[in-house]
Design a protein around this ligand. Sequence first.
Ligand SMILES: Nc1ncnc2c1ncn2[C@@H]1O[C@H](COP(=O)(O)OS(=O)(=O)O)[C@@H](OP(=O)(O)O)[C@H]1O
Ligand SMILES: Nc1ncnc2c1ncn2[C@@H]1O[C@H](COP(=O)(O)OP(=O)(O)O)[C@@H](O)[C@H]1O
Length: 207
Amino acid sequence: MSAVGNGNNIFWHNCPVGKPEREKLLDQKGCVVWITGLSGSGKSTVACSLSRELHARGKISYVLDGDNLRHGLNKNLSFSAEDRAENIRRVGEVAKLFADAGLICIASLISPYRRDRDFCRELLPEANFIEVFMNMPLELCEARDAKGLYKLAREGKIKGFTGIDDPYEPPLNCEIELRQNDGVCPTPCAMAKQIVAYLEEKGFLEA
Ligand SMILES: Nc1ncnc2c1ncn2[C@@H]1O[C@H](COP(=O)(O)OS(=O)(=O)O)[C@@H](OP(=O)(O)O)[C@H]1O
Ligand SMILES: Nc1ncnc2c1ncn2[C@@H]1O[C@H](COP(=O)(O)OP(=O)(O)O)[C@@H](O)[C@H]1O
């Protein structure tokens, strides 16, 4: 046992079955695929498509979706900058646990602040945090408006809506950028396959 933390008598207990042992059983490497982008950019759709692609290849993943987590773990959080930071911090910590369990954890959250995403990156060993930027124009996201939230935001009925009257800071050095080609958005399946190709190339789909 070793003492950690800030001197509050907290100790770390090591277990003999660790990440490498679990990864060997699963024949994959645990990591976090962090999908960031505007509301309506297609994060949840790509996350689910990626999970399906991996499942078809016999690889275990788990999706942590921002909207879904706000029904439970994060139900006490608002959309203020402070609460968004706490939202991302919690999900980053949970994602780290899933990756430690040997799973490919797919986190899909707006995560609008660079600093918050970088915090999550720092939680993981280098290269195990794969940031995917859904680089879709606001006009496209707003035209989709699957939940009618952009309309409410434009009418001033929702305050602090990302992209309208709240900031979104695009990544500066993401691992994967998904964007339109000649004004056409690739299919969710094509984008998922692009992420799978990256994971394969980096060796995450084998022990
Ligand atoms: N003010 C405001 N700004 C942005 N989004 C809002 C807001 N109010 C509600 N929603 C809905 O909440 C979903 C985003 O939750 P996240 O946890 O991903 O947001 S964040 O990362 O904490 O910024 C987001 O879901 P997605 O559309 O899937 O991104 C919206 O449905
Ligand atoms: N690649 C795509 N091409 C066309 N429509 C898409 C694509 N990805 C998502 N959509 C549609 O856009 C809307 C928003 O997608 P969603 O995955 O919910 O975005 P987010 O999770 O970023 O809010 C949904 O109606 C979805 O069906």
